[in-house]
Ligand binder design. Structure first.
Ligand SMILES: NC(=O)c1ccc[n+]([C@@H]2O[C@H](COP(=O)([O-])OP(=O)(O)OC[C@H]3O[C@@H](n4cnc5c(N)ncnc54)[C@H](O)[C@@H]3O)[C@@H](O)[C@H]2O)c1
Ligand SMILES: O=C(O)[C@H](O)COP(=O)(O)O
Length: 387
């Protein structure tokens, strides 16, 4: 029986996939695995029982990835599962940043008791005149699951679209409309574009990338959309850029006390992935990946360990070993089984950066001494016996 702890609400369509072999538990203390959305795990103690964390969503900056890897805890996310939800809110935000719909709606609500409201509307509507997005230049920074979708729809809306992603995957490149202009530098995006939307993960290198130096290179009145993460944007610098008119509008899905209510800010309460469809997609993908890992040792869409898939074990046991990506590990594992005359019928070894993962299907079964011997090898982080 596997114990699962849920740190955020996870859509039922995903939880319903858990069989009788799974039990939901309160708290992480005894859990084999955790399901999470945006809950912050950086300060939480990770118990030895914990083998996996599945993030039902894209961003994993709320999870200490290397600390998890050190403990042999696999962290999964659900690439692309909420991308359409974000794409749609970004398109809505391009319009919100161009037409004063929010100002107009608030104003008309304030005069709703006036008997002559229809006349007042016609008299006052000139205050809310906007611009169209057709023909304007949009810069998309980060062409992954979300960025590609946004860029392609913007082309259909007759915008001129520039894309920037020095690490673009082959899969994303295939999906990208041929009408998108590839930018070689951020400077080109900053210099050319009327709207800039950012779709990169928050990392040490992207943190604070929108600062006074970046704003100085942008067009006057540029509209910036941030549906990625709060701290990609330097708060003091965006406030100064809004006050000077350098930035015309800042649409953010990550409100904080400095920006909410400031002139030119449209703050949304982190609704990018909050659609029934995205929540369902993420929950299903997270649970399926978690179950395959717990039951078969297979890893798909992990952000700290490599992908590794040997299907279902048909031998007596599958031994799954998390270890450092250093020389001489495989020979030590195979020697431990050879010494006991145990046959390895199938094997897979994969690495990702400094971390590696090896699965071995064996016959006859192992015994506690062999497992202890492998566990004690320098560089082994965790070993699981899957029967
Ligand atoms: N607002 C929301 O509800 C919501 C929902 C989903 C994702 N997100 C955020 O959006 C981010 C992107 O999501 P995604 O699903 O498109 O992820 P993704 O991994 O598919 O795409 C990210 C892209 O950014 C690129 N990239 C990385 N560093 C870059 C850099 N310095 N400059 C330019 N490009 C760079 C990568 O090559 C990749 O193509 C997530 O990391 C998350 O923080 C927010
Ligand atoms: O990174 C993500 O997937 C989004 O920010 C969604 O976060 P949420 O699952 O907390 O809505």
């Amino acid at each position: 029986m596997f114990k699962i702890n849920r740190l955020n609400n996870i859509a039922h369509v995903g939880l319903d996939l858990l069989t009788d072999n799974y039990e939901m538990v309160e708290g992480l203390n005894t859990a084999d695995a955790a399901l999470v959305r945006s809950a912050n795990l950086h300060e939480i103690e990770l118990p030895n029982s914990l083998k996996a964390i599945a993030r039902a969503g894209a961003g994993v900056n709320n999870i200490p990835l290397d600390k998890c890897a050190e403990k042999g805890i696999v962290v999964f996310n659900t690439p692309g599962a909420n991308a359409n939800g974000v794409k749609e809110i970004v398109i809505a935000s391009l319009i919100l940043a161009s037409r004063d719909l929010l100002g107009g709606i608030n104003w008309v609500t304030s005069v709703k008791e006036e008997p002559e409201v229809a006349k007042l509307v016609e008299k006052n509507k000139a205050k809310f005149v906007g611009t169209e997005i057709k023909g304007k230049k949009l810069g998309v920074i980060g062409l992954g699951a979300i960025g590609v979708m946004v860029a392609n729809v913007a082309i259909k809306l007759e915008m001129e679209v520039y894309g920037y992603d020095p690490f673009i995957s082959v899969g994303s490149a295939w999906k990208l409309s041929k009408y998108i202009k590839p930018s070689k530098s951020l400077e080109e995006i900053y210099r050319e574009c009327d709207f800039i939307t950012v779709h990169v993960p928050l990392t040490d290198t992207t943190k604070g990338m929108f600062n006074q130096d970046a704003f100085a290179l942008m067009k006057d009145g540029v509209k910036l959309l941030n549906f990625s993460r709060d701290t990609l944007v330097n708060d003091d610098d965006i406030i100064a850029a809004l006050d000077s008119g350098k930035v015309g509008k800042y649409v953010t899905d990550f409100p904080n006390p400095k920006v909410v209510g400031h002139q030119g800010v449209i703050a949304i309460p982190h609704l990018g992935a909050s659609t029934n469809e995205s929540e369902d997609n993420c929950a299903v993908m997270a649970v399926v990946q978690l179950m395959d890992y717990l039951e078969n040792g297979n890893i798909k869409n992990s952000v700290n360990f490599p992908n590794c898939d040997m299907g279902v074990c048909t031998q007596a046991e599958r031994i799954a070993i998390h270890h450092r990506n250093v020389p001489n590990m495989l020979s030590q594992f195979t020697a431990a089984f050879a010494k006991e005359n145990i046959n390895i019928s199938d094997m897979m070894n994969r690495s990702k950066g400094q971390w590696a993962y090896t699965m071995l299907d064996i016959e006859p079964p192992s015994n506690p001494d062999i497992i202890k011997r492998i566990e004690d090898i320098d560089g082994v982080l965790r070993i699981r016996v899957i029967k």
